[in-house]
Design a protein around this ligand. Structure first.
Ligand SMILES: NC(=O)c1ccc[n+]([C@@H]2O[C@H](COP(=O)([O-])OP(=O)(O)OC[C@H]3O[C@@H](n4cnc5c(N)ncnc54)[C@H](O)[C@@H]3O)[C@@H](O)[C@H]2O)c1
Ligand SMILES: O=C(O)C1=N[C@H](C(=O)O)CCC1
Length: 233
């Protein structure tokens, strides 16, 4: 498969390594300006760039009929525009806040736990995410997806960074060293706590998931999620 990388930073480089191991070719590495791209040779594009760049990269690929996988976080105000563009162009697109298999299983566990906790008024939920100090966005995309999983299954109405009001989920974002990504969901009562936690040991899981999603999407049309890719629906 011919892959184009949009964003050649920490994730772009890790994705390249894994894609080459899986016998794919990297035919373009676009790290800043998207000039001189030969879209006709690209089977699929993978975007791990920056919050202010992701939508432009997605738009560019969809308008050139190239399927695109995006793992960039912090651009979700434009997500519905990307969905509409994908549908208009009969294209193929996946965004995931986290491509690792472990985190996608953790999302399922989080939703199941939220369903169990919904009738238990004596518990209050809270979330914490820890990432490296270069991360631009807070809270992490993964923490937002976890909060959405709780909101879908309980009476909580929204999430908020740091302090939160009644029926709001407080998310604490910490930036420590080179932490690849740690997420904790805690339900606290007067008498005990229940905690689930996912710890990424490195970036390989994210990168492998993105390459698997890219392999999966080629030849398909539509807007998909990692649930579709991993058959978790
Ligand atoms: N979904 C996931 O599984 C997952 C996992 C890890 C990181 N991320 C997200 O992926 C993004 C990238 O992470 P990273 O650690 O590689 O960051 P990074 O800062 O190491 O790399 C980002 C790269 O994007 C480049 N860039 C800037 N503008 C660009 C443009 N217009 N087009 C193409 N490239 C451009 C930068 O020059 C930089 O090299 C972040 O938003 C991060 O939150 C998501
Ligand atoms: O390193 C990052 O930046 C990460 N971003 C994603 C997020 O915001 O959830 C996934 C984990 C790593």
């Amino acid at each position: 498969m011919n892959i184009a990388l949009f964003g050649y930073g920490k994730m772009g480089k890790m994705i390249e390594k894994i894609a080459l191991k899986r016998n794919h070719d990297i035919v373009a590495k676009i790290d800043l300006d998207a000039t001189d791209i030969n879209f006709s040779e690209i089977d699929v594009a993978i975007d791990f760039s920056m919050p202010n760049a992701a939508y432009g990269n997605i738009k560019n690929c969809l308008e050139h009929n190239v399927p695109i996988i995006s793992g960039t976080t912090g651009w979700l105000q434009d997500y519905q525009k990307a969905v509409a563009l994908c549908e208009k162009n009969n294209g193929a697109f996946i965004y995931a806040s986290n491509f690792s298999l472990g985190v996608n299983l953790f999302f399922e566990l989080n939703s199941y736990l939220a369903k169990l906790m919904a009738p238990q008024d004596q518990y209050r939920v809270a979330m914490e995410e820890i990432h490296h100090t270069q991360k631009l966005d807070a809270p992490s995309g993964t923490a937002i997806t976890l909060a959405e999983g709780v909101i879908e299954n309980t009476n909580y109405t929204k999430w908020k960074l740091d302090s939160a009001g009644n029926m709001e989920i407080p998310i604490t974002a910490k930036r420590i060293g080179d932490t690849p990504g740690t997420h904790t969901v805690t339900y606290e009562s007067e008498v005990d706590s229940i905690e689930i936690k996912h710890t990424a040991h490195n970036r390989e899981g994210f990168a492998l998931g993105a390459v698997i999603a890219a392999e999966w999407i080629v030849g398909k049309t539509g807007v998909f999620t990692m649930k579709d890719v991993l058959n978790l629906s």
